[in-house]
Design a protein around this ligand. Structure first.
Ligand SMILES: [Zn+2]
Length: 425
């Protein structure tokens, strides 16, 4: 480093520390409570389907707050919201944010925390009197949860791969409303929002999110630096037998689809665990039995397999072994969905580590077990995620909770990191 570079580096650190220090705990916690009112459930949870009336109300709250902060707000072909705090130079923005839709019996933090922490970072920069070189965009990605319209993460995937929107627009919710209808309701609700017509380059994307699992709590660390998102395979396995009377058919004469299915399941379970060791997640979540009768031997059993692992090679080996396992006439295998593991950007992970060090916060490096918008953004620009602990690892549940201190610390680390990135050339 030259002397000038050292000086610049030092100035950047001071700016980042000031941004983190100006995060206001009361303002952040108030905003989380305020957003949770839109779709509040009696049990303390939130029910806010993507682009529903409640979601539009929540978006109105976010847009009004953004305008009050002096930000501009634009939207795009999938109703993603881009809340921009201008930079001093016309450079690609640093992006942060997450989603504001929830599960039907969701909590108030999943997604919303990342959006509101992003807004709090803009407040902190303003209060600290910091003008950054690059613009900062806080993004609200549409329909991450995928409960009203499938698949999930529609907004972020359509941002990265715009051609997807044609297929998405035709998708209907349970009452027959198409995404195209819901998108026009959104533009009717916000006629003054300008629309971005093309996907713009970005300098980086950082998503702050609750962990939704127990690892940080178990390790006693308040911040998780997320190195990537594990890959997944979904299969349906159908085992065929012959229906017969449960009382009259001798055991050796039976072709019982359930007996076969249980054996096949045990085989898959064994090789899945052997292949992936302690990183394996294998789940046999849905079973359908024909004829599903107490006194008839099953003629057909179909069960699903959800296999997840952070290593591409393990996922490929799993594909091979499950295909071998199904290579017999009475077992049929159907591949339903797959996604390769995503590795986040090494330089951004270093930045997050520096932010945590500056705040003297112990970290744990971990892989995300759940999908996030960041999984798609990683195809677009350098991307990383930061986690805060979830009490008892619970999420997608009204009981979802993160300690206030952890919510504040995560936001300070985000502010530190964003201030640094926004001042990079
Ligand atoms: Zn989420």
């Amino acid at each position: 480093m030259t002397q000038q570079e050292q000086k610049d580096h030092g100035a950047l650190r001071v700016t980042a520390t000031q941004a983190a220090a100006h995060v206001d705990p009361a303002r952040l916690l108030h905003a989380i409570a305020a957003l949770a009112r839109f779709g509040a459930r009696d049990d303390g949870g939130v029910d806010r389907p993507a682009l529903s009336g409640r979601d539009l109300d929540a978006r109105r709250y976010l847009i009004e707050r953004a305008h009050a902060l002096g930000c501009t707000v634009t939207t795009d072909h999938c109703a993603n919201l881009f809340i921009r705090c201008a930079g001093t130079e016309d450079l690609p923005p640093v992006m942060t944010g997450s989603h504001a839709d929830t599960q039907p019996s969701g909590g108030k933090l999943d997604g919303c925390y990342g959006v509101l922490a992003g807004l709090e970072c803009i407040e902190a920069l303003n209060d600290a009197g910091i003008r950054t070189r690059r613009p900062l965009d806080v993004v609200v990605w549409t329909n991450e949860e995928g409960t009203r319209f499938q698949p999930g993460a529609m907004g972020s995937s359509a941002f990265v791969e715009p051609a997807l929107i044609d297929r998405y627009r035709a998708v209907s919710d349970a009452s027959g409303v198409t995404l195209a209808d819901a998108l026009s309701a959104h533009s009717d609700a916000f006629p003054s929002l300008a629309t971005r017509n093309e996907t713009q380059a970005a300098h980086a994307f950082i998503e702050l999110h609750i962990e939704q699992g127990p690892q940080l709590e178990i390790a006693g660390r308040p911040l998780g630096i997320v190195s990537g998102i594990q890959g997944v395979r979904w299969y349906a396995v159908t085992c065929t037998g012959v229906a017969a009377h449960a009382g009259t058919t001798p055991m050796p004469a039976r072709r019982d689809a359930m007996t076969l299915a249980i054996d096949v399941r045990a085989d898959i379970d064994a090789f899945a665990k052997a292949l992936g060791q302690h990183d394996t997640r294998v789940t046999f979540g849905r079973w359908s039995v024909v004829p599903n009768s107490i006194n008839t031997i099953a003629s057909s059993v179909t069960f699903t397999v959800d296999f997840r692992h952070p290593d591409e090679a393990v996922l490929a080996a799993f594909d091979q072994q499950i295909a071998q396992c199904a290579a017999r006439p009475d077992v049929m295998l159907e591949a339903l969905f797959s996604h390769e593991p995503v590795g986040f950007d090494a330089a951004l992970l270093t930045r997050l580590g520096e932010a945590a060090d500056a705040l003297e916060a112990p970290t744990l490096t971990l892989t995300s077990g759940a999908f996030h918008d960041a999984m798609y953004l990683a195809q677009h620009c350098p991307t990383a995620m930061l986690f805060v602990p979830s009490r008892d690892g619970i999420s997608h549940n009204p009981l979802e909770h993160t300690d206030d201190d952890h919510l504040v610390l995560g936001t300070r680390a985000l502010a530190h990191c964003l201030a640094t990135l926004c001042n990079e050339p």
